[in-house]
Design a protein around this ligand. Structure first.
Ligand code: ZN
Length: 197
């Protein structure tokens, strides 16, 4: 995968600042940290740390700002589809990419209420794979550029308004990055949506 360094939204970075590195997954600039990483999402430790802090912040402040909670339901989708490394070989990664792309599609194009996302993600494979006569999700080759807005940008957002706006931009960026597979994902989302109602 090609990693773009110095990629930031709204800034023109000519070099990577000291103490930060581009995430091996999303390419966002993250702390050059050691630490735990996700078992199959391909992310740098610093990126996984930022995502953990963003999630903790969102859980802690959920409900404090209109729209904040609903945006949060899909942050996990954006994070997962921006860290698809290894999905060619890992069944769990292929499922992660597929289910989270379907979740973003259901939100954006099928009007699924954000608060239903978590429950629906848990059923997507059961709903869709039998209709495709597949036992496992097919591999979707990840785009070279996974999107300009990453979890690092959301982490940097300070006010609740900035966090909601950046969270929305993050989801849009992550979804748009996979445009080569949108038709495939739409077909899966349609099955999921139709089976659900
Ligand atoms: Zn990352």
């Amino acid at each position: 995968m090609t990693i773009s360094t110095g990629r930031r939204v709204g800034t023109v970075a000519t070099s990577t600042p000291a103490g930060v590195v581009p995430c091996v997954g999303c390419g966002g600039l993250v702390p050059d940290a050691a630490g735990p990483t996700h078992p199959y999402l391909q992310a740098s430790a610093g990126c996984w740390q930022l995502y953990g802090e963003v999630s903790a912040r969102q859980h802690g402040e959920s409900g404090s700002e209109p729209g904040q909670a609903s945006v949060h339901w899909h942050h996990v989708d954006a994070y997962a589809v921006q860290h698809p490394g290894g999905s060619e070989h890992d069944r769990r990664q292929r499922q992660s990419v597929a289910v989270h792309l379907v979740s973003l599609c259901l939100l954006r194009e099928f009007g699924q209420p954000p608060q239903h996302a978590s429950a629906h993600r848990g059923r997507t494979s059961q709903l869709v794979l039998p209709r495709l006569a597949l036992a496992d999700w097919p591999y979707l080759a990840p785009p070279a550029d996974l999107g300009a807005v990453t979890t690092a940008d959301l982490h940097a957002a300070r006010t609740p308004c900035e966090q909601v706006a950046t969270g929305q931009q993050w989801m849009e960026s992550a979804w748009s990055a996979w445009r080569a597979h949108h038709d495939t994902v739409r077909a899966w989302a349609a099955i999921a949506h139709g089976c659900r109602t």
